[in-house]
Write a protein that binds this ligand. Structure first.
Ligand code: BGC
Length: 775
């Protein structure tokens, strides 16, 4: 490592000036000699570099000339291979996204390697605060660096096409602008540490059911405007070091072998200059991946190396294609801390990061209801804390996004920490129920385990008598409803999107009992995706969507409940009345009985398992509900505050490539807070049918004291306003009058202004990613 560090500073001139006697065996990689290294590499070495070091089985004691990755950071998802002869170190890739995922303990080592469990993606996105997300990214990236990894396999940026997707918690929004801007902030934060990110899963990985086999059938327009748009923004604004191609097929081929996707659009149109790696699939279609511009195959298998060698030797794969990928991987490697010989400490500042997660989680919490200023709690000493999830709080989702964190603060602890008196007889009842459940399902909930736990913790039935007693004894009731979900499985409607019978009974009885005594009920939602709310939201007095807020979760919720923090999150997706209201539900695996048949042959392909048609096109989320005037439970962009805001002085100034909009926000209420302004644009009637409103920009104020104002500005280009015209394969924004709406929520526009586009904007792009004829 020392040698590498020394050599990394050597310039090309210096290498060329080396005495001939040094010979090829002394040639070592530096930032300036990539071409020379490429020339010196054998085919075997090149093939080795294209294939991750994951499954080769080399251990730290194995002496190997090529491919040695060693067990560098136990628990990390993968590596790139090392080639010691040429001074090419292996590099380490670790999950992602709510913190770095590595093994917390190591054999024979008393030191622990816990990583901070930050709020999940949807919680961060709901803050709509790019500065905050960047700060969180910075803290996460510091742990990546200090634990010896080179790339964080994050952020997850697939669109919320349907709320039943199992990985909704990891992703950001049903809107591509929110997705792209939040991802860019996250990438900038992580990469400010000199480590990389991998924006994933490119692209249209919209469901977990048969994710490694399903063909997502999407029109070029929906792809360009929605499913690719977020990636485009993140690539252009934050230059992620790597992109992860997804498991699924897209309009026929696997994304990993789709040159149009990985080269024409990603590199040629957007200017991406990093590496593309596969998702963790192993061997698939080696030659086609290389030809498509998928540089790195993860986790990697020696048979893939052999195949590349064989194919090049048989002229089935051009050396030129191999070289392109090798060069890009070398360009990546010279940027990594491992190449630079960074001496990582294995002791990141977990205390500081716990403070960052505690605070950042509160900014993404969404106050859905707050009748009679129930929150923040005032004149409340004693609390009746209901719901098993209050005691078994959910910090994050399951699968590769599950961070091995040192602890999770539950809500019981959080409430006690802010000085509230939680009724202990009720708490004891729940705690013993939790113990019993845990023993029953120990294998499901192994700490740090990969396994899918239950989607819904079984709620404890409570008699009406017991609830009445609590209504006598305490000042307020808090009920937590929890949902778990994750990688490899989609959610279901019954007893998951919809409440269970036990939950409904608990909610009804608690509201009845407490309201009879003129006492309030607060519901906390601890989950990573929407649930059904329309049928019961009239019952409690306040509802707070806390998401899965990371390891400090209970503290973060308590901070909001008592008013130490004013919630300022807003929904990044629509809450429909029923799960089937989303048009995509007609083409989504909502029926569990039809699952898991992939892999069985001799049968017709199953709809929504082997292929999924995005018949709704661009009518995803609010682009459907708003345009078609459909009722929803909570609209996109919705979220209340403990204070009020007024908007004034809306203005639009045309500039050379679009406009800049301005609005002044004033805190007109009694407590300090932050406001998110959403800028929607309604286009003039033109050649293409468009959604009525589309979010084109957003910004969040600083913390405004009562009476304080701030003017926010929003830059929107004509390209941002354009829609994709499939017939002409071009982006088009028609000349005319665009209504610019400054809104506190999609359904609540507080100010407007106009932008006149004088000349129709047209940008032709490559005619690619068309639907296959058979589709
Ligand atoms: C997931 C990726 C993850 C990778 C490595 C895959 O199964 O889809 O998101 O980064 O595993 O753990």
């Amino acid at each position: 490592m020392k040698l590498i560090a020394k050599l990394s500073g050597i310039t090309l001139a210096a290498v060329l000036a080396m005495p001939l006697s040094m010979g090829a065996q002394d040639l070592k990689l530096s930032a300036d000699n990539i071409d020379q290294i490429l020339n010196a590499m054998t085919l075997e070495e090149k093939a080795t570099l294209l294939v991750g070091g994951g499954n080769r089985g080399f251990s730290s004691s194995t002496e190997s000339t090529i491919g040695a990755t060693q067990n560098l950071v136990p628990g990390a998802a993968g590596t790139t291979a090392g080639i010691p002869r040429l001074g090419i170190p292996p590099t380490v890739l670790a999950d992602g996204p709510a913190g770095i995922r590595i093994s917390p303990t190591r054999k024979g080592d008393a030191h622990t390697y816990y990583a901070t469990g930050f709020p999940v993606g949807v919680a961060l996105a709901s803050s709509w605060n790019t500065e905050l997300v960047e700060e969180v990214g910075k803290a996460i990236g510091n742990e990546v660096l200090e634990y010896g990894a080179d790339v964080l396999l994050a952020p997850g940026m697939n669109l919320h096409r349907n709320p039943l997707c199992g990985r909704t918690f990891e992703y950001y929004s049903e809107d591509p602008v929110v997705t792209g801007k939040i991802a860019a902030a996250y990438v900038n934060g992580v990469q400010s540490n000199g480590v990389g990110t991998s924006v994933k899963h490119y692209a249209a990985n919209s469901q977990e059911t048969n994710r490694t086999g399903v063909d997502e059938i999407v029109t070029p327009r929906a792809l360009r405007e929605l499913y690719l748009k977020g990636f485009e923004i993140a690539v252009k604004e934050a230059k992620p070091w790597t992109v992860m191609s997804s498991y699924n097929k897209l309009n026929g081929p696997f994304t990993q072998e789709n040159k149009e996707l990985l080269t024409t659009v990603l590199r040629d149109e957007w200017g991406f200059d990093g590496i593309v790696m596969t998702d963790w699939i192993g061997k698939r279609n080696t030659a086609r991946q290389v030809q498509a511009g998928n540089d790195l195959m993860e986790p990697g298998n020696v048979s893939q190396v052999e195949e590349i060698i064989e194919m090049v030797n048989n002229n089935e794969l051009a050396m030129e294609d191999v070289d392109k990928c090798v060069r890009r991987i070398l360009q990546y490697i010279v940027k990594t801390p491992r190449f630079k010989g960074y001496k990582y400490s294995n002791t990141p500042d977990l205390k500081l990061h716990a403070d960052i997660t505690r605070k950042s989680a509160t900014e993404g919490m969404v106050l859905l209801k707050n009748e009679n200023n129930t929150l923040p709690l005032a004149d409340v000493d004693s609390v009746a804390l209901f719901g098993i999830t209050s005691y078994d709080f959910i910090a994050g989702g399951t699968g590769s996004g599950d961070v091995n964190k040192p602890y999770v603060i539950d809500l019981l602890t959080g409430l006690k920490n802010v000085g509230l008196d939680v009724n202990s007889s009720l708490a004891d009842l729940y705690l013993s129920y939790k113990d019993y459940n845990e023993k029953k399902a120990a294998h499901d909930r192994a700490p740090g385990g990969w396994f899918w736990g239950k989607q819904v913790l079984e709620e404890m039935p409570l008699s009406r008598n017991a609830i009445d007693k609590q209504a006598d004894l305490t000042d307020v009731a808090i009920i937590t409803l929890g949902r778990q979900a994750g990688e490899g499985r989609d959610r279901v409607i019954d007893n998951d999107f919809n409440l269970t019978e036990t939950e409904r009974t608990l909610l009804t009885n608690v509201c009845d009992a407490f309201h009879a005594k003129d006492k309030r009920v607060v519901v906390i939602l601890n989950m990573g995706a929407p649930i059904e709310t329309a049928s019961w939201k009239n019952l409690p007095d306040a509802i707070l969507m806390a998401w899965q807020p990371g390891q400090e979760g209970g503290n973060s919720v308590a901070d909001v409940l008592v008013g130490n923090q004013n919630p300022s999150g807003k929904l990044t997706m629509t809450f429909p009345i029923s799960a089937m209201d989303h048009p995509s539900s007609l083409n989504f695996p909502v029926d569990p009985s039809k699952r898991g048949s992939s892999g069985s042959y001799n049968r017709q392909p199953a709809k929504n398992v082997d292929y999924t048609r995005h018949d709704e096109g661009i009518k995803v989320g609010y682009r459907y509900f708003d345009t078609e005037n459909k009722n929803v439970s909570y609209p996109f962009g919705y979220g209340l505050s403990y204070t009020d805001f007024a908007y004034s002085k809306p203005m639009v100034k045309a500039d050379k490539d679009g406009f800049t909009a301005y609005v002044t926000v004033t805190n007109t209420g009694k407590v300090g807070g932050k406001e998110i302004v959403e800028v929607y644009v309604e286009a003039p009637k033109g050649s293409l049918e468009k959604p009525r409103n589309e979010l084109k920009s957003f910004a969040k104020t600083k913390y405004l004291k009562p009476g304080e104002s701030q003017t926010l500005s929003f830059k929107v280009t004509d390209y941002d306003l354009a829609s994709f015209d499939e017939a002409g394969s071009r982006w088009v924004a028609d000349a005319g009058n665009y209504k610019v709406k400054f809104a506190t929520s999609l359904d609540k526009v507080l100010a407007t202004a106009d932008y006149t586009m004088r000349k129709t904007f047209i940008l032709p792009v490559n005619d690619v990613l068309r639907l296959a004829d058979s589709n």
